[in-house]
Design a protein around this ligand. Sequence first.
Ligand code: HEC
Length: 204
Amino acid sequence: MSDQTRKSKADNIILDDKEHNLLLDHNYDGIEEFDYPLPAWWVWTFVGGIVFAVFYIYFYNFAGAPSLRDEFKQEMAAIEAVREEQRKLTGNFDLEDFKSWQKGENSMQMAAAVYEENCLSCHEEGGKGDIGPNLTDEYWLNLKEVSPGTIYAFIRVGNEDNGMPAWQDMLSKEELYAAVQYVLSVKGKKLPGKEPQGEKLSQL
Ligand code: HEC
């Protein structure tokens, strides 16, 4: 007897062989159900997931793979090494070297660019001050004496407790020169802006 002619229990729908074989035995108030196999891609993804999980759990829990904390430490150590290198490069201020950099054609342009990109957000247009102090007055919070070297040294390490970043980690030696150059170029302009802070020092 061919299954072709067999009907589902509930209705007059004619099922072919394949459908008939897929029809499950139960019937909920006339609602019947086919038992279609799951698509192969789904099954293999599922199996793959389990296989992956076995290796993953083994690798990270038993085979001594680095934990997230270890990986974090390794990456931080690598970053610290790069910074250390950078610090060595920017460590010494050589006035003659700075002066010869100053004479370069682009020094003023570079000064403006470095300032705009890194300093403007806190020290404002022309250095008139906002979050950071007014750089155009004669008053200084962090210097005891005004010179390219002392300005350089301060910008390099900043004063992070008070909100001035340490630029040694972010700027190259030339960029630090450019930042110093900018500060020197606005110094004494006394732009109206943030009120003077710190000690009045004799300027260069
Ligand atoms: C996130 C804000 C911020 C940025 C960005 C910033 N500064 Fe500052 N800067 C400050 C603050 C705040 C101070 C004051 C620190 C203190 O109170 O000791 C300061 C102080 C200074 C001083 C010393 C002023 C003084 O009176 O002692 C100089 C010079 C200076 N900054 C230059 C720069 C330069 C150049 C850049 C860009 C490379 C820069 N700053 C970027 C916030 C900033």
